[in-house]
Design a protein around this ligand. Structure first.
Ligand SMILES: [Zn+2]
Ligand SMILES: [Zn+2]
Length: 367
């Protein structure tokens, strides 16, 4: 975004060129409250405005940089920074570094909705995923399956708090309980105040002298458990079922993640599936195809009668309504589509041969 700073830095802050240091600080503080990305959720430009504003403040609050800027404009800043500083791409990186670890008000006392504390102290568990394999018959009826998973669950001994039960946590004296520390870093634009998660307490703001023995203070412990999965009828391969709260455990008051169960379906030896419909091939004797026949076929959950009409051709597809699979979210069952494969006898008895010959002669005479 710094590539497109065209505006005057004084204009960005809304101060005159003769503004005092205090004026500049005050103006920045006022404007930063308005467009801080944590506040101006609804403004898609909030973040870039905020960065722009901060950039202007960074420059104008530094007497040397302000002087360079007054004399040379933005180019002066580039020049002043030396040969390493080859363009504003670097500034952008610098600002990402500046804001990357989460924003904290350089003046203190600026408390936004998305506070540092709730971000680092509470730790929500991650979602987990597992696979359950079922048969095509199970798709017809739905099935309850049990899957065994190993996961990190909220420690039962300390309820995910990490402390030995009955002991108290002490305020972290490195960050004074805030969970983050500020560090001045030297940069091309001078010293930059960077906020980091406190390395002593990992952002919790407190340390416990007696960590929980069950989890070593982590708040999580490995468990193996069996989870019942209700697989509804009509599921498709690749569907994911969500089991709320059975993912990785939350810590320090965080929520559990969810468990996602992906559905795999074993191939069936007779039927192939497409949505609600089932496809099957059926070998039909030449004479049955010609004369028509009614046969009993097996479906996934029973039997059904198949009428082969007279004159059925090889490759014809006969549709049988209502014998397919139920759809997942209610509605009618699909169809079974029977693809007819007319089979020609490879061996004939003497009588069959005579009859077929007679049949052939009659057909030929008609021509
Ligand atoms: Zn524990
Ligand atoms: Zn700390």
């Amino acid at each position: 975004m710094h590539n497109d700073i065209k505006k005057d830095l004084y204009e960005i802050l809304g101060v005159s060129r003769s503004a005092s240091k205090e004026d500049i600080k005050g103006a920045y503080r006022r404007k930063a409250r308005e467009c801080h990305p944590d506040v101006a959720h609804n403004d898609p430009e909030g973040e870039s405005k905020f960065k722009e504003l901060t950039f202007a403040y960074e420059v104008l609050s530094d007497p040397q940089k302000r002087k360079d800027y007054d004399t040379w404009g933005l180019d002066g800043l580039r020049r002043g920074a030396g040969s390493d500083f080859s363009g504003f791409g670097n500034v952008s990186d610098l600002f990402d570094a500046f804001f990357g670890g989460g924003f904290s008000d350089p003046f203190g006392g600026f408390n936004s909705g998305r506070s540092h504390a709730s971000k680092t102290v509470r730790a929500d568990g991650r979602d987990l995923e597992t696979i359950v394999t079922i048969d095509l018959e199970d798709v017809m009826t739905g099935i309850e399956k049990e899957v065994e998973i190993e996961r990190q669950a909220t420690c039962a001994d300390c309820d995910g708090e990490g402390m030995k039960p009955g002991t108290k946590a002490a305020r972290c004296d490195v960050c004074n309980g805030s969970g983050h520390v500020r560090q001045a870093q030297r940069s091309l634009l001078g010293a930059i105040l960077r906020t980091q998660t406190c390395p002593n307490c990992q952002g919790k703001g407190e340390v416990f002298t007696d960590p929980c023995e069950g989890c070593g203070g982590e708040g999580l412990s490995w468990i193996k458990e069996k989870v019942r999965v209700n697989v509804p009828a009509g599921v498709e391969r690749g569907d994911r079922l969500r089991i709320q709260g059975n993912g990785e455990g939350g810590r320090y008051g965080g929520k559990n993640g969810d468990l996602y169960v992906a559905i795999n379906i074993n191939p069936h030896k007779r039927f192939t599936r497409e949505g609600r419909n089932l496809y099957v091939t059926l070998a039909v004797e030449m004479a049955d195809a010609a004369l028509g026949e009614e046969i009993v076929m097996k479906s996934l959950d029973g039997e059904f009668k198949l009428k082969i009409p007279p004159g059925t051709q090889h490759g014809d597809v006969i549709k049988v309504k209502g014998e397919g699979l139920p759809p997942r979210h209610g509605g009618r069952r699909g169809e079974i589509l029977v693809s007819v494969q007319v089979s020609i006898p490879r061996k004939l008895s003497a009588t069959e041969k005579r009859l077929l010959q007679e049949f052939k002669d009659r057909r030929n005479r008609k021509r």
